[in-house]
Design a protein around this ligand. Structure first.
Ligand SMILES: *[C@@H]1O[C@H](CO)[C@@H](O)[C@H](O)[C@H]1NC(C)=O
Length: 406
């Protein structure tokens, strides 16, 4: 239902909730039974009502009442703002109280408003949830075959966010073949660190070929990117930026990012700089990771014995030497602005099988061991001689389920 760009709840919903407030019996301008609003045979939804002019009149006439509702509403949502309100008498003139229907509308409106705004008490900003136990459990239970990425990301993100005053953004670069879980992990981070996950005001995902498709518009993209990053850092004390297909980012855009990733010099030591996490997702270095893992497995190592030390030197080399990508040559890599290079290992048959099982469970479908095997066998395994790694990882598993369903 929700696409990549953040959709707002439609305006008509808001109007739908506000209209009853304005049209209460007793509201100034309400015309009682003769009004067009009360005709039971009035067909169609609210937006097809005739007489926009009449609506305007009603709105104007109801202005005084709705101002009162607005005050009550805003007090409910931002209690701080109406603590020392000595205007109580004008707010609630004697004999005036919210009719029941009005109170119901107000509560509904408040709930709707609070579903995307920060209006809870105690915390500084309830859009941010930082649920580390949830993150750990997701990374352990739902992400398969990535012991290195799991440990590294969990530790890096947690220690960064628990730091009282980091002087730098946290920059993580995810590497690996497609379908190994880079996107999945980015989504889990968004879901566990922010109440509204990827739809949060404080989370922004950019997909290089989708958001910045034409290199001739790079100047425009640069400006937009700069504004979005600055805007989000102003309104969120902790923001998350995800760049998918980072290997396809134009060098000009990487330039825009550079100052945001660098160490900051804060003039005022008391001023708390906003925290920001930048994730770069790419398949750069994927071949290198796969080759190293293959060699270790063939040499008799178990997958879980593989450590960062086995992969790191070659991984970084492949990234910086990759000829056709701006990312490896950018200042991000050259000036060590990336805090961690996170390798995603190629997935084996048993991992694909787990992904298939998860897909059945998440769709609420029963499954058999045979069905898991059947779907896992649909993937192509490479290299040809040993057929060890799924060439597409766990990509498009849920679509494949439909093939085996009766
Ligand atoms: C954290 O996440 C776990 C697992 O998703 C959930 O059960 C728990 O309620 C969450 N905790 C908070 C404080 O949101």
């Amino acid at each position: 239902m929700f696409g990549v760009p953040l959709p707002r709840r439609p305006l008509w919903l808001c109007l739908h909730l506000l209209l009853p407030l304005l049209l209460l019996p007793g509201a100034p301008g309400h015309r009682g039974a003769e009004g067009p609003w009360d005709r039971a045979d009035e067909p169609g939804p609210p937006w097809s009502w005739p007489g926009i002019q009449r609506l305007k009149e009603q709105l104007r006439a109801a202005g005084a009442l709705s101002r009162r509702y607005w005050t009550v509403f805003s007090c409910q949502v931002w209690p701080d703002h109406c603590e020392d309100n000595d205007d109580e008498a004008t707010l609630h003139p004697p004999g005036w109280n919210l009719p029941q229907w009005g109170q119901w509308s107000l509560d509904t409106l408040t709930a709707w408003f609070c579903s995307f705004q920060d209006c809870c008490e105690g915390q500084r900003d309830c859009r941010i949830s930082n649920n580390f136990s949830g993150l750990e459990s997701d990374l352990t239970v739902r992400l398969h075959g990535q012991h290195l990425a799991r440990e590294l990301v969990l530790r890096a993100v947690r220690s960064y966010l628990e730091m009282p005053q980091p002087d730098k953004a946290l920059v993580l670069s995810f590497h690996g073949w497609s379908g190994t879980g880079k996107n999945f992990m980015a989504r889990m981070l968004a879901e566990n660190l922010y109440r509204d996950g990827l739809r949060s005001d404080c989370v922004k995902m950019f997909i290089a070929t989708f958001h910045f498709p034409h290199s001739k518009y790079v100047d425009l993209y640069k400006e937009q990117l700069q504004n979005q990053i600055q805007g989000m850092q102003r309104s969120c004390y902790q923001s998350l930026f995800i760049f998918d297909e980072a290997e396809k980012l134009h060098p000009g855009l990487l330039e825009v990012l550079e100052p945001h990733l660098k160490r900051r010099v804060t003039e005022d030591p008391r001023a708390e700089p906003p925290k920001a996490i930048f994730l770069f997702l790419s398949n750069l270095g994927g071949n290198n990771i796969n080759e190293a893992v293959l060699n270790l497995l063939l040499a008799g190592w178990s997958r879980e014995e593989i450590t960062m030390e086995h992969l790191k030197p070659n991984l970084q080399a492949e990234i910086t030497e990759s000829p056709d990508s701006g990312f490896g040559h950018s200042c991000l890599v050259k000036e060590n602005l990336v805090d961690f290079f996170v390798p995603f290992l190629p997935l084996e048959y048993r991992h694909v099988r787990l992904c298939v099982r998860d897909a059945f469970v998440s769709q609420g479908l029963p499954y058999t061991e045979e069905a898991l095997d059947e779907i896992a066998k649909m993937m192509i395994y490479v290299p040809k001689e040993v057929q060890l790694f799924s060439s597409q990882g766990c990509k498009l598993i849920s679509q494949r389920i439909n093939y085996v369903l009766p």
